[in-house]
Write a new protein. Structure first.
Length: 434
């Protein structure tokens, strides 16, 4: 259990929820860590067309998209932070769509203290009887951009008026085996077909292409996600197109603007460290050099222990100064060939090149722990100096032992770090090699 979730209510057994059986509204409890229901009252069981609680708990959710899983995690984090979330969700009992207003509270579940959300449902939203209405509700969330839903083979299901206007000139163009309404929007239809294949394989993504619109050739950033047909449950592609033509024209004309945008994308505004985006862009070259030299790359996932207490005690300005100083201390312990990054909140990432043996990375991790445990002292004009203390938990993964993809290595190192979080903090752990 993360320290930032220690304030949440811990529900140990189903018996603690017995009083929810006395109300007619739907209430269910969802376990994020196993991605399945943990409990539901009789109204919830009936809602899903089931007969027993065990049927609800064992309901197969393996077909859920990564987007659905990510939204559940986001809801938990928002509820943990704000106490309550209220928003519409579309569910599919018996394969038929129902959109509901759900209130969510975050909690911890069972002896393992899994992350959980309690959903309270007392209002169904009537979005009409036709699937087009439901899809357009989703599309209208993007009213300032072009939004279209496609089948996986590139056929249009529904689009918003902006998309219709932008591509009305291609509606009657002939299709052959090598293109589709999706690919015909591209200046190069072959490139469009490759984009469609990549989007289906990767379950979405974000790319920029030159598009053939009624306004001429325009450069669009395509934000592609996977959604579901509200009637059949068929998986579809939902694509939002952002026109970034003027931005790219300005970047072509103004080197100063271009440099500033790259700095904003590649460096953390608070600490000045490179961003995770920068590391992802350069990781392949970093790893290739190490493999060519028959060395390893160590990826250290660093989480600051006690940082929330600093914010709660002295406020975010002091918390920001601790993060800035922590970034400096981390950088000072590294060689020029190594790379540090702030990846968000109180989490940092370090890549060490030229690692001959795991102990080398362990020595660096211990140095980082030692230097971060030293007090952070800040002078105050009208009161005593502030002395803030934190520690660090570090998980370590290696390329190529744990893979050669930085995102995968981050996940492995993150898992190793949480072992330290659960066993006392202020130390480091090597990831297991399966």
């Amino acid at each position: 259990m993360s320290s930032e979730h220690s304030h949440l209510v811990h529900i140990k057994t189903h018996e603690e929820l017995a009083l929810y059986e006395l109300i007619p509204d739907i209430v269910w409890v969802f376990d994020l860590d196993k991605h399945g229901w943990w409990w539901g009252n009789s109204a919830a069981i009936s809602f899903w067309g089931l007969n027993t609680l065990d049927e609800l708990i064992n309901k197969d959710l393996s077909g859920d998209t990564q987007g659905a899983r990510d939204r559940t995690v986001q809801t938990f984090e928002l509820a943990a932070k704000n106490g309550l979330t209220i928003d519409p969700w579309t569910t599919y009992p018996d394969g038929k769509p129902k959109t509901l207003y759900m209130r969510h509270r975050a909690c911890l579940l069972g002896p393992e203290k899994h992350r959980g959300i309690i959903a309270y449902i007392n209002e169904e939203v009537n979005l009409g009887e036709t699937p087009e209405n439901l899809l357009l509700v989703e599309a209208m969330r993007y009213t300032t951009v072009l939004v279209t839903s496609f089948t996986f083979d590139g056929q249009v299901i529904v689009e918003n008026p902006s998309a219709t206007e932008a591509y009305k000139h291609i509606q009657h163009l002939p299709q052959n085996d090598g293109n589709s309404p999706f690919s015909l929007r591209f200046d190069n239809p072959d490139e469009g077909q490759r984009c469609l294949t990549r989007a289906v394989e990767q379950q979405g993504g974000r790319w920029t292409h030159l598009m053939h619109t009624t306004q001429g050739l325009r450069k669009h950033t395509l934000d592609i996600r996977v959604t579901r047909h509200p009637l059949s449950g068929e998986f579809l592609i939902l694509m939002a197109e952002y026109d970034v033509t003027e931005l790219h024209q300005a970047l072509d004309k103004a080197e100063e603007v271009q440099g500033e945008l790259r700095r904003m994308a590649h460096y953390d505004a608070l600490t000045g460290l490179p961003s995770l985006y920068f590391l992802l862009e350069n990781a392949e070259m970093f790893f290739a050099n190490a493999i060519r030299n028959r060395d390893q790359v160590a990826v250290l996932f660093i989480d600051l222990d006690g940082f929330k207490k600093v914010n709660d005690t002295w406020g975010h300005p002091i918390g920001d100064r601790v993060l800035i100083d922590a970034a400096t201390r981390i950088s000072q312990q590294l060689r020029r060939a190594d790379q540090a990054s702030r990846i968000g909140g109180d989490e940092f990432l370090v890549m060490l090149g030229g690692v001959n043996k795991p102990e080398d990375a362990g020595e660096v991790a211990q140095k980082l722990i030692d230097v971060l445990e030293q007090p952070f002292i800040f002078e105050c004009e009208d009161k005593d100096d502030i002395e803030a203390r934190i520690s660090a938990s570090i998980g370590i993964a290696f390329c190529p032992d744990h893979g050669d993809d930085l995102e995968q290595l981050i996940k492995v190192a993150d898992t190793a770090m949480y072992k330290i979080k659960h066993s006392g903090k202020g130390s480091f752990s090597f990831a297991e090699i399966l």
